[in-house]
Design a protein around this ligand. Structure first.
Ligand code: FES
Ligand SMILES: [Fe+2]
Length: 378
């Protein structure tokens, strides 16, 4: 049963989301600090919509796998011998041990506890000392499978058998994303971190460009002419985006001379989608970096941060290791700038004197996020 206080917060959210951006304030502190809202986030958002554990190119060979979790269910994604990527519950069917940690590869998955062994389609194919167990037949046992689709190079998984196919949900932005050729981008870095803030603060922070010239003034904050920003002309159910140009001072973000996929003005345009609830990326002609996140209580967020290079950029590097190390250093510094503000907002919004303030037109996506959350939670 939902408390009346939660009902009131969600009714307020609905009203602000349905009004114009010019009259909108950001979400009230309860949306970020209330355990009841967090439970709704899990059950009505993360358990119902698509999340992305990463790029398909991060697990290129049969047996390659990576781990993630969806609405508190640990899962792993693995590429089968048929080339398809599948997602399974990462919990052994014997005594519920976590099967795999982190990344790995192998044509079999063997539980570290008593060595029950599964194939890449989740079937139990090996046990020992089970011959005296009544009615036990390996052939009856399989890991629960989670619905998985690959779209424009991204893995998406959902617990919801009724969710729209990803290609249908994201169809209105396909004409933008498809230009860049994400499936050919070469992954060069991925790291998982935990920050001290509610997951929604990080989504909001990554989406909006208003903070770039200020919070990122020492890194990439000065590369984007703010008058070049374009937003969707209507609200879409499952995503939002912005796109902007990068000027000639930009160290990263413009097409390599060997890029023959993009015409002007796309050669200097960055497309920045948010697939609700938790997958965001900055897709530039020469590189992409992405964030995929999941709540860890109201106060913490687990995030996956990855970088990939356009193929011609990767191919042109004389000293790939040094160049990539420098790029990772640069984007890690940008992330650190974001961590400071996300943790700062989280701390500030706990004050009884905190109240939601009015939004800038550059915070368009925050208003879209409110609409999405009102649809799901209210
Ligand atoms: S819990 Fe996995 S084999 Fe026992
Ligand atoms: Fe930022």
């Amino acid at each position: 049963m939902r408390s009346s206080q939660t009902d009131e917060v969600l009714a307020g959210l609905r009203a602000v989301a349905d009004g114009p951006l010019s009259a909108a304030t950001n979400m009230p502190p309860a949306m970020y600090h209330d355990d009841e809202i967090l439970t709704l986030d899990r059950d009505r958002v993360f358990a119902r919509d698509w999340v992305s554990p990463g790029l398909a190119a991060e697990i290129p060979k049969p047996g390659d796998r990576l781990t993630w979790s969806i609405a508190d269910r640990p899962v792993f994604c693995v590429r089968g011998t048929d080339g398809l990527i599948r997602t399974f519950s990462n919990v052994c069917r014997h005594r519920m041990m976590t099967l795999v940690d982190g990344d790995g590869t192998g044509l079999r998955i063997t539980c570290p506890y008593h060595a029950w062994t599964y194939d890449l389609e989740g079937h139990l194919v090996g046990t020992n000392h089970m011959e005296a167990t009544d009615g036990f037949d390996e052939a009856d046992v399989c890991l629960p499978e989670v619905r998985t689709e690959v779209w424009q190079g991204w893995i998406y998984s959902t617990l919801n058998s009724d969710a729209l196919p990803v290609a249908e949900l994201l169809a209105p932005m396909e004409e933008f994303v498809a230009r860049y050729g994400v499936p050919d981008y070469v992954p060069v870095h991925r790291q998982d971190e935990t920050w001290g803030g509610n997951w929604k603060f990080l989504v909001e922070n990554f989406m909006e460009g208003y903070h770039l010239p200020v919070a990122h003034r020492s890194t990439l904050g000065t590369w984007m002419p703010m008058d070049s920003v374009v937003f969707p002309d209507r609200r879409h159910e499952g995503f939002t985006y912005q796109m902007f140009e990068k000027d000639e001072n930009a160290q990263y973000g413009r097409a390599h001379r060997d890029n023959d996929r993009l015409e002007e003005p796309w050669r200097s345009t960055t497309f920045m989608p948010t697939v609700f609830p938790s997958h965001m990326y900055i897709l530039a002609p020469d590189h992409l970096w992405y964030l995929s996140l999941r709540p860890d209580g109201v106060n913490r967020v687990n995030l996956r941060f990855g970088i990939a290079l356009a193929p011609e950029v990767h191919a042109s590097l004389d000293d790939p290791e040094a160049w990539i190390t420098e790029m990772i250093r640069f984007f890690t510094a940008v992330c650190e700038e974001d961590r400071r503000v996300v943790e700062g907002i989280h701390a500030g919004s706990r004050s009884p004197m905190a109240s939601p303030g009015p939004l800038s037109w550059l915070e368009h996506e925050i208003h879209d996020l409110m609409g999405y959350l009102a649809d799901r939670l209210a």
